[in-house]
Design a protein around this ligand. Structure first.
Ligand SMILES: [Zn+2]
Length: 69
């Protein structure tokens, strides 16, 4: 089975995809790719967890700052 090649810079592509910064066409192409690519889907999951964690930390920080005022 021929899976489309991984992006040249998978980390950046995954991050841009998760932050909706990829052009629609590229985003759709990457979606097709990672569904069939264990390495990219793993990277996507990992980066997604990371971004979620960062957002939660930022929310906590904001709540903390707001509570302090
Ligand atoms: Zn891949």
């Amino acid at each position: 089975m021929d899976v489309v090649r991984c992006p040249a810079d998978p980390d950046e592509t995954v991050e841009a995809y998760l932050l909706s910064r990829l052009p629609e066409e590229q985003s759709a192409a990457f979606e097709d790719h990672f569904l069939g690519c264990p390495r990219c889907s793993e990277r996507l999951q990992f980066t997604d967890d990371f971004i979620t964690a960062v957002h939660h930390a930022a929310d906590r920080l904001r709540a903390h700052v707001a509570a302090d005022v």
